[in-house]
Write a protein that binds this ligand. Structure first.
Ligand SMILES: Cc1cc2nc3c(=O)[nH]c(=O)nc-3n(C[C@H](O)[C@H](O)[C@H](O)COP(=O)(O)OP(=O)(O)OC[C@H]3O[C@@H](n4cnc5c(N)ncnc54)[C@H](O)[C@@H]3O)c2cc1C
Length: 407
């Protein structure tokens, strides 16, 4: 009989297991794959953006604002302290993003795994045909183990190639929990606008404004990438959750400003100042010198100005160019599927989870931690913050000690 069985050896499950075992509890961890934590390995483009120094409730989206408040009470310094006890050094970049000093995601997982082994936590990996009975009795691969507490840390459906699936939601349903349907987040968006296919692979810096039924919802400045299926880049990933939520009821479009460093007026004046009648360059060459040439060629063609030269420019044409390059409309029809998403919004309804302990309000001694819960964070280390912090809240409650003592 274990004190706790944890299902899922990913970010939240591993930290929870370590905290419980350090507090003297007997723990078994069950994992579907040969090795857990595959999302940690892939995270932050292999660098693992482990947390963010500037965490606030505004960085999270879920049904239970009280739970989000508790999650941000676990401070980044506490997360750093925990990882320091594993031997990991963490650095904070100017924008608040935190990474392992070596900038290698692999070391984060290796140190967590080393601690799991040092603490003699029972590991059951590559489990199949999981069956859970109240009490708790967990059967798999022809064996059965029992525990007083059951912790579900199975993650979300995002990135199935890294272990993402919906099994945690099925378990929650069997305990009468409500499920908020999961949708992909931090994901590229789909558009049939011909510019996407024509310029696939072209990446620029832009300001992107997201509109739902002509009402502006949000904006981002950053990488913007054209792709065969639509649009991507960090600016799009950051807007994707709001787009996907809006698309459930409304039409959506983005307005892209390819000259985000300039106001319309300053851009107009700047372009005027660049006119050199002696050289009289073709507009394509003239603009291609200051903005991606494939992009300028495409946009000038749309204005039917590609054959013109700078000598032909007058105020009206300059204004047309400014308007077109700073207010480019692209309709959005959806997002790419879970395979291309970093995270998922939706999951076990967080209003049915006690915000201080992560315990189910439907079943005593049943807990949910990490991304299986409906709450999702912004890009920038916030999703790991949620995984680690929910694990800390759960393990400190199971241990009966204040969370500040869990290290
Ligand atoms: C490509 C990519 C990059 C990312 N980069 C970042 C980043 O830099 N910073 C950041 O904050 N977030 C990042 N994230 C998000 C972050 O990885 C997740 O939010 C976090 O891993 C969620 O932790 P979790 O414990 O809830 O789930 P997971 O880490 O997904 O772990 C769940 C585990 O449960 C196992 N499992 C599932 N079902 C079962 C079952 N039925 N039985 C047994 N085991 C099961 C899975 O195999 C998996 O090992 C990234 C995600 C992806 C996909």
């Amino acid at each position: 009989m274990y004190d706790a069985i944890i299902i899922g050896a990913g970010a939240s499950g591993l930290v929870c297991a370590i905290n419980l075992a350090r507090g003297g509890k007997s723990v078994a961890i069950i994992e579907a794959q040969k090795r857990g934590g595959k999302k940690i390995l892939a995270s932050g483009n292999g660098h693992c953006n482990i947390a963010n120094a500037n965490v606030s409730t505004k960085n999270f989206y879920g049904k239970n604002s009280k739970l989000i408040e508790e999650i941000v009470k676990v401070k980044p310094a506490q997360i750093v302290e925990f990882f320091n006890t594993l031997g990991l050094e963490i650095v904070t970049k100017d924008d608040g993003k935190m990474y392992p000093k070596s900038m290698q995601a692999s070391i984060v997982l290796e140190l967590l795994e080393a601690e799991i082994d040092r603490l003699n936590i029972s590991k059951f990996y590559e489990v199949k045909e999981l069956n859970i009975k109240r009490g708790f009795e967990v059967s798999f691969n022809n064996s059965t183990i029992k525990a007083n507490n059951l912790i579900i840390a199975t993650g979300s459906q995002a990135a199935p190639q890294l272990g993402g699936n919906s099994s945690g939601l099925e378990i929650a349903k069997n305990f009468n929990h409500t499920i908020i349907p999961q949708i992909p987040a931090l994901v590229p968006l789909i558009s049939s606008h011909p510019i996407c296919k024509s310029l696939a692979g072209v990446k620029v810096k832009a300001k992107v404004r997201l509109f739902s039924n002509d009402k502006e919802l949000s904006s981002q400045i950053g990488d913007f990438l054209f792709a065969k299926y639509g649009v991507s880049g960090l600016s799009i990933l950051d807007l994707s959750l709001k787009a996907n939520l809006a698309l459930e009821k409304n039409r959506c479009h983005i307005i892209v400003d390819f000259f985000s460093d300039y106001s319309k007026q300053t851009l107009l004046e700047y372009l005027k100042s660049r006119i050199d009648k002696k050289r009289d360059l073709k507009l394509q060459l003239w603009l291609g010198a200051i903005i991606n040439s494939k992009l300028s060629e495409y946009l000038l063609k749309e204005l039917k100005l590609d054959e013109k030269s700078e000598a032909k420019l007058n105020s009206k044409l300059l204004k047309e160019i400014v308007e077109h390059f700073k207010n480019y409309r692209i309709e959005i029809s959806g997002s790419r599927e879970f395979k291309y998403a970093e995270v998922a919004y939706g999951g076990v309804d967080s209003r049915e989870i006690d915000s201080k302990t992560m315990q189910s309000k439907k079943e005593k001694n049943l807990y949910f931690i990490g991304e299986v819960i409906d709450t999702v964070g912004d890009r920038g280390g916030y999703n790991f913050h949620f995984a680690w912090s929910s694990a800390v809240l759960c393990s400190s409650y199971c241990l009966g000690v204040p969370k500040s003592c869990v290290q």
